[in-house]
Design a protein around this ligand. Structure first.
Ligand SMILES: Nc1nc2c(c(=O)[nH]1)N[C@H]1C(S)=C(S)[C@@H](COP(=O)(O)O)O[C@H]1N2
Ligand SMILES: [Mo]
Length: 387
């Protein structure tokens, strides 16, 4: 037999039908939509901008939205694989070279699907690697994941619009109905039914979520074999970056350490002993990492507002938080005034009644409600009122 590229008609499985593609695709589309919206929340929470106001309540808001972001992305992985398998023969459909109008339309449709598949695979792959904290690439993860997210959602909208009649018909008829099948699709002979495949797709999505969501849902910890961070770590809260990795051990334990509070040319310096002698308050707040894990902690420390009052911070002024960390993107963060002024926002010195461990940010760290974990700066050494 001569070797030739496959043709659409070579694929005869009764499972590769619009009836399956539409059912798996609808849930996949919902996952993509949810993932996109929660991704926007995460992106905009990290880069404050004038038209996206980040509230300080509910305290668990970011924990919920980022948990949903990672869960919907995880669910999308098996759904996308099964969806691609069911529509794969279309890749080999004949090109209507002789009919210009159809040629243009087919070309546009294929181009939009090409963008959708490439962007979707890129988003799920980079997102998945991100949850394992593995960044095997040179580009800036967040900026790229954000930009490609728009591509994915834009091409998804085009795809849904083009396929709407087929999707509607598929949902209106029985999943085993052959009315929409390609002419060469065989009638079911043996093996799994279409209903069986659709149910398997939904179940695999659910299993993928349950197997990983333990990093953020304590009840699932025991069954979450892929939960990357599951409640371990000193003081019951996982560690994202250790003091050693951040190269702050010597600086954070040095006898010369002092916390600097700065407002213009006014500076107050506090030794560790002076800091822990200040009136202390308790906040029960989660750390919710963008990488998908989250954990609740009971934090004690000095209210950010009280500290900044010591240098006369005017109402409405934001605060720049600087870490001892010599390099890295999270050594300085901006704390918007609504967070500075919130009763729950602390410069924490204690976690669960014990002095903060070195890895959790000793001698002191920021903990504020409804903020991405990356902005909960550890090993703080300077708080500046932003002019
Ligand atoms: N200075 C500094 N603070 C930091 C980080 C960092 O790399 N450097 N990582 C942040 C991230 S990504 C998270 S999720 C939280 C985790 O806090 P934990 O390690 O105490 O759980 O700390 C944040 N604070
Ligand atoms: Mo994080």
């Amino acid at each position: 037999m001569a070797l030739r590229p496959p043709r659409e008609s070579d694929f005869t499985s009764h499972l590769r039908s619009p009836a399956v593609a539409a059912r798996v695709g609808t849930v996949l589309g919902i996952c993509f939509g949810l993932c996109f919206l929660t991704g926007l929340v995460s992106h905009w929470s990290q880069d404050p901008n004038p038209w996206f106001f980040v509230p300080t309540r509910p305290t668990w808001g970011y924990r919920l939205t980022q948990g949903l972001h990672v869960a919907s992305g995880t669910a999308a992985i098996p759904l996308l694989l099964i969806k691609l398998w069911t529509v794969y023969p279309k890749l080999f459909a004949e090109t209507p070279w002789r009919d210009l109008r159809r040629l243009v339309l087919t070309g546009l449709e294929r181009a939009s699907i090409g963008v959708l598949v490439a962007a979707g695979v890129f988003e799920l792959a980079t997102g998945l690697l991100n949850t394992t904290q593995w960044y095997p690439w040179q580009f800036h993860f967040r900026a790229t994941h954000y930009a490609v997210g728009w591509l994915a959602v834009g091409s998804l909208l085009v795809h849904v619009a083009v396929k709407l009649p087929i999707i509607r018909d598929a949902w209106r008829s029985d999943v085993e109905s052959t009315a929409q099948d390609r002419p060469t699709t065989a009638v079911a002979s043996s093996g799994i039914t279409r209903r069986g495949l659709v149910v398997t797709a939904y179940l695999s999505a659910a299993v993928a979520v349950v197997a990983s969501a333990g990093s953020t849902v304590p009840l699932l910890r025991r069954v979450s074999v892929f939960g990357v961070r599951s409640g371990g770590g000193p003081q019951g809260v996982p560690i994202n970056k250790s003091a050693r990795a951040a190269r702050v051990t010597a600086l954070a334990t040095s006898a010369d350490y002092a916390l600097e509070l700065v407002n213009g040319d006014r500076t107050v310096r506090l030794t560790v002993a002076e800091l822990v002698a200040l009136p202390r308050h308790t906040s029960g707040l989660p750390i919710a990492c963008v990488e998908g894990w989250s954990a609740h902690g009971t934090w004690d420390g000095v209210r950010m507002r009280d500290l900044m009052d010591m240098v006369g911070r005017p109402a409405g002024a934001d605060v720049v938080v600087r870490s001892l960390q010599p390099s890295g993107p999270y050594r300085a963060t901006l704390l918007p005034h609504s967070f500075v002024e919130d009763d729950l926002t602390l410069l924490a010195t204690h976690l669960d009644g014990e002095r903060l461990s070195l890895d959790h940010g000793f001698p002191c760290r920021v903990i504020a409600p409804n903020r991405p974990g990356v902005l909960q700066t550890k090993w703080v050494h300077r708080l500046e009122v932003r002019a």
